[in-house]
Design a protein around this ligand. Sequence first.
Ligand code: FAD
Ligand code: NDP
Length: 313
Amino acid sequence: MESVIIIGSGPAGHTAAIYTARASLNPLLFEGMMAGGIAAGGQLTTTTEIENFPGFPEGISGPELMVRMREQSMKCGARIKTQTVERLDLSKRPFSLFLDSGETVEARAIVVATGATARRMNILGEEKFWQRGISACAVCDGALPIFRNKVLVVVGGGDSAIEEASHLTKTASKVILMHRRDELRASKAMQKRAFDNPKIEILWNTIPVEAKGEKFLSSLKIKNVKTGEESEIASSGLFYAIGHTPNTAFLGGQIELDDAGYVKTVPGSTLTSVKGVFACGDVQDKRYRQAITSAGSGCMAALDVEHFLNDHT
Ligand code: FAD
Ligand code: NDP
């Protein structure tokens, strides 16, 4: 029987692995096999340069940062298996975990660090221009030279879309907020922020249908969903802010989730509704969604596990 099993291999999972290994808890981490549509290593493996993770003044590539976190986990003594946890039985301790290989393992404590997957629209040209003008994270990528002083498009009408559009106005010449309806879903305060920003123009009832350009994105074919009319606009950036899907389906309703499907944690901790199960990173955070905040909560989960195992031998 394992003392602690960590599910997920992004910054949250690896930080939890480093801390629990250093606390002599001999953690076992399941890194997943394209779980949630993402390779082992998590969302950062889908991006290029990371410029906001402390300790790398020259920046570091997302995949390389994750390779380093993995190496550090192993160096500290964590064991890593490239398997996906398909389902759990949390009805009694020790908990049971059922793997994609057909094996079952037991653990006294579990850390859920399975992240979230940014939704994409899969428009024509998206594969070609992904990270060459198309992104799902304005806060992460907006300051890159290809987007500076350019006209950029943010798709979505929720709080994230407005937050991302506002963020981009600091460096872009203009930001077009493209929404499929004629009213925003975002809170009134956030809506005001968009309406009051002279650099944000809202394009209602519109969706992008095709990304175009040579090496980098330079224009978008767009469609008015009310009239069906199609047209083309110049844009060097297309940022999706159409929501994330937390990777919680495999929990099978055994842990309390919020309305959007994120794991509910006791504020200021990583405790979930099930004693002995802890959650960290994007799977329980729909607000900040950054590598550093995920890593920070991974550390919290490890410390919470340590306390729990001390009290429940
Ligand atoms: P994730 O990174 O989502 O990793 C979770 C992992 O768990 C995945 O590998 C998944 O396959 C695995 N998994 C899921 N389910 C299972 C299962 N059942 N069994 C086993 N494994 C499973 N943040 C920044 O701070 N700076 C940036 O520059 C930046 N750039 C970004 C660029 C892009 C394009 C995107 C999408 C995000 C970016 N982010 C950035 C955000 C950052 O990537 C996330 O906040 C962070 O990766 C979340 O970490 P996590 O550990 O919670 O989970
Ligand atoms: P939301 O689900 O709230 O909004 C997603 C938006 O994307 C909606 O406007 C939706 O349109 C649109 N959309 C979804 N799918 C498509 C598609 N296929 N094509 C075009 N448009 C699409 O997600 P958010 O990420 O904005 O917010 C998630 C949660 O996080 C919310 O609870 C939010 O309040 C919270 N949050 C809070 C912040 C803050 O307080 N500062 C900041 C960021 C998030 P439609 O409206 O038509 O459904």
